[in-house]
Each structure stands twice: as C-alpha cells, then as structure tokens.
Design a protein around this ligand. Structure first.
Ligand code: GDP
Ligand code: IMO
Ligand code: MG
Length: 424
C-alpha cells in the first residue's frame, strides 16, 4: 500500500508523528515539497527528533529515505541532520537518496528572505527566514538557480556561482543598500556540500518508479499545511510550494493515482505561525490555554503559535482539494479542561452564510466564524488507547468533526509519543 500524509491546516498538525507511525509498514518515505522551513517532530522513547529535511521515516534504521525534486535542499541543515542522527547511531548511509533535480538553498537566499521581510515592514509574511521563497523564485526564474546535480561539475559550478553573485549583487545593493557578496566563499562551501551529499544524489524519479514496479510500499510526506499551499492557500500568506496533496505528483514525479490512501492530519483545534487571516483565532485566554497545554511554539523558529478553535470550513476545503480519504486528529489531549469547546461550522461574509472557504486573504480576513458549542471533558486522556475508553464528550467531539468534515477520523493523538495514539 502507498500512502500520502498532508497537513490540512496551516502546518504543524503533527505530520511527523503520523509519518513515523505509518513508516513502520513502509519501505520508503519521500519528502516532496518545502525545505528547512518544515519542522517535523518524532518522539521515540525518551528521544525527540526535530526533522527539517530528512523524511520522518529516517529515525527507523531500515527505512529508505528520499528527498525528491520538489524539495528546496539547504545542504548545511541536511548535513547537520545526518550528523545528529549518526550521533544517535542512526546511519543514513545506503538508504538516503536525494534528487539531482532538487534545488539548493544557498546563503544569499536566506539573506534575501530576511531583507525582503524587513523591507515589507508591517506587511511582512512572517516567513521562517530559511530562504525558501527566494530559492523557489530562482527555480521558477531558471537562469540563476543551482540544483543538487550541479555539485558534480565543480568547474561549471564556479562559473555559475560567479554569474549568480554578479546578478544578486546588482539587486541587493540597489534595493537594500547592502555590502556585496562574493562567489569565493560560496564555492568553498559548495565543495563541502559536494563531498558530503553527492554520494546520496541520484535520479529519484527512476528510483521511485523502479520501487513501485517491485511492489515496494511508499509513504509520501507533505510538509507545511494545505492552507499554506502557494496556489490554493491564503495567498500571499503562504509558503512557496504546493503543500497540499496536489504538490505530490510534481514534487516527486509519481502520479497521484499510485497512492492508495491520502491521510489528512489535523489538530483538534487550529494553529498558525506567521501573518495572515485566521477566522477562528483566539487572541485571548482561550488561545493562551491551548498554547500552554499543547506547547504551541514553532519547531523550526520557536515562535509562539497563534491558536484558535477548530475550523471545519477550512478543513472541508482542504479535504476537497486534496482528495483526502481519512483524518488523523492529534492533540485531543490539549483540549482537556475546557468546559465548552467551539467548532466553526460556517462563515458569514457580507451578511451571507457560506460553508465554502474563500482562500482569498482579503476576503477571508472579513469573515466571521459561526460556531457550534459542545461540552468539554476534564479527565486525563493521555493514557487512553481505546476509543471507547475516552470520555463521552471527547467521543462526541470526534464524531462532530467527522460529521462536519465528511471524513472518518481513523487515528487520534492523545500525546506526542508513539503509544499515545488511538487507532479506529
Ligand atoms: P508537524 O510539522 O506537522 O510534523 O508538527 P510539529 O512537529 O511541528 O508540531 C507538532 C507538535 O505536537 C510536536 O511537538 C509533537 O511532538 C506534538 N504532538 C503530536 N501529536 C500530539 C498529540 O496528540 N498530543 C500532544 N500533546 N502533542 C502532540
Ligand atoms: P511544517 O512542515 C507551520 C509558514 C511560515 C510563514 C509562511 C511562509 O512544520 O508544518 P516560508 O518560510 O515557508 O516562506 O514561510 O509559511 N510555514 C510554516 N508554518 N509549519 C510549517 O512547516 C511551515 N513552513 C512554513 O510561518 O507564515
Ligand atoms: Mg512543524
């Protein structure tokens, strides 16, 4: 069986935990979009891994890991992650494959990300400043981009970097009045990247199709959340890749019909990092309670996450565009202690009620959420392993989410650990 796991909200839904669990029965785990802006947490026993580029299957010693063409690879972060796992006696040798077509994030991309955000002032996107937007912009622009495969021809790469630096300096000095950058140090870094990462670099599209024909099971791991999708999310407050399941085929060269089941991951509530509209946001004691209970601070940047009630309008939309079959709902435990819990079932906009999500940010910022209120529960549920042992109100909450989204909730998280999971 082949599965695809994507986030259905604004990221950080708990994809890392779900991918790690499903990876037990997969031969290969594939990252196909985003870059080191992602932070996927996997908890194994007492060890906690925050993975940015390596697929979340990497902590399982026999799982094949693929970083496909659609990923923006930050070589420094990736080398760091490989070393961190090696220190814990988890080797990637012989089982990590990076696409030669994946684009590389270089230092000037991060500089550009930072300068652009600063220049936007109060209109900034609130990016992770990992150089993602500038790297993908260079990919689309074509002429000044560097791909993993370019590391194999250092003479050519040297000339390529010189021409890129000349171009970037014109922009940086004119727009941001910064000191010019030089190609020499960049080239030296690239030589290290070549030494460390070329042994893992290959044609991953060929590898994946060969694996499919051999009957291997593949797990596709989306990064970010579907509401951050460049085309279908809350533009411009989005990331620069297709982070819904629609990004999977282009991001790894495998058609979506190969996937037997699309899992959508949600939290029992909603969070968002960075700027942009958020109709169910609770910028008050309720939001702070969720943040404290759920430890809602960014895995990549440490920023406090904005928190709010579950939004069934938004999730129904991402289920529809992503052809999602079933839901993994995490952080049910975080809602413990609320007397009443709200679920957004519709929006009002210009006096009209709608249940279709307007992905246009200007429009979305004008909607007001229409809520159903359901009773909460007080019992500690973090050790519950059977749905029937959950408090009745917690069971009813899950059933309400199913009714509103039209999809079954087949996995429920009651804590960050592998065993804090209920399967239905
Ligand atoms: P991802 O980006 O979607 O992989 O999610 P993150 O790792 O950025 O954030 C999810 C956080 O929630 C991590 O700290 C996880 O360890 C934690 N987590 C995952 N599932 C649960 C759950 O069911 N309950 C609680 N309390 N924490 C969870
Ligand atoms: P995972 O995979 C949450 C958000 C940023 C910002 C916007 C654009 O861990 O769920 P970018 O750096 O991509 O240009 O930032 O997207 N963002 C995420 N939010 N989880 C993520 O990844 C995110 N990756 C990017 O906060 O609002
Ligand atoms: Mg995350």
């Amino acid at each position: 069986m082949n599965f695809c796991v994507v986030g259905l909200q604004w990221g950080d839904e708990g994809k890392g935990k779900i991918v790690d669990i499903l990876a037990e029965h997969s031969d290969i785990v594939v990252r196909y979009n985003g870059g080191a802006n992602a932070g996927h947490t996997v908890v194994v026993g007492e060890s906690r891994f925050a993975l940015h580029l390596l697929p979340s299957g990497s902590v399982r010693p026999n799982t094949i890991c693929v970083i496909a063409n659609g990923v923006a690879v930050d070589p420094e972060t990736l080398i760091g992650e490989i070393e961190t796992l090696a220190q814990k006696d988890i080797s990637l040798n012989g089982r990590l494959f990076i696409s030669a077509n994946a684009h590389i994030v270089l230092d000037y991309h991060k500089t550009e990300d930072k300068l652009r955000e600063e220049s936007l002032g109060k209109n900034k996107i609130g990016t992770t400043v990992r150089g993602i937007g500038p790297c993908y912009a260079d990919k689309v622009g074509r002429s000044y981009a560097v791909r993993m495969g370019d590391l194999s021809d250092l003479d050519n790469l040297k000339a390529q970097l010189e021409s890129i630096v000349e171009y970037k300096n014109k922009i940086f000095t004119a727009l941001y009045n910064t000191e010019p950058i030089s190609a020499g140090p960049l080239f030296e870094k690239c030589k290290t990247y070549a030494d460390r990462l070329l042994p893992f670099t290959t044609d991953t599209t060929e590898l994946l199709h060969k694996s499919i024909s051999e009957g291997k099971s593949i797990l596709f791991e989306g990064a970010q959340g579907s509401l951050l999708d460049l085309d279908h999310g809350t533009f411009p407050f989005v990331t620069s890749s297709n982070s819904s399941s629609l990004g999977m085929p282009a991001g790894c060269g495998v058609p979506a019909k190969v996937v037997d089941k699309f899992f959508g991951v949600i939290k029992a509530y909603t969070t968002r990092v960075g700027a942009g509209p958020f109709p169910t946001e609770q910028d008050n004691d309720i939001g702070q309670y969720i943040r404290d209970q759920g430890n809602e601070y960014g895995t990549t940047t440490g920023r406090p996450r904005r928190c709010g009630w579950f939004d069934a309008v938004a999730v129904s939309y991402t289920i529809t565009i992503g052809a999602i079959d079933s839901i993994a709902l995490l952080h049910l435990d975080t809602l413990t202690g609320f007397k009443e819990i709200k679920i957004c079932k519709a929006y009002t906009i210009d006096g009209q009620q709608t249940t279709f999500f307007p992905a246009n940010s200007a429009k979305l910022s004008q909607v007001s959420a229409v809520y159903d209120t359901v009773p909460g529960w007080d019992e500690d549920i973090s050790e519950v392993s059977d749905f029937d042992d959950l408090p009745t109100n917690a069971q009813n909450y899950i059933c309400r989410v199913e009714e509103m989204t039209g999809r079954p909730v087949t996995i429920i998280g009651v804590g960050p650990k592998r065993k804090q999971t209920i399967f239905r």
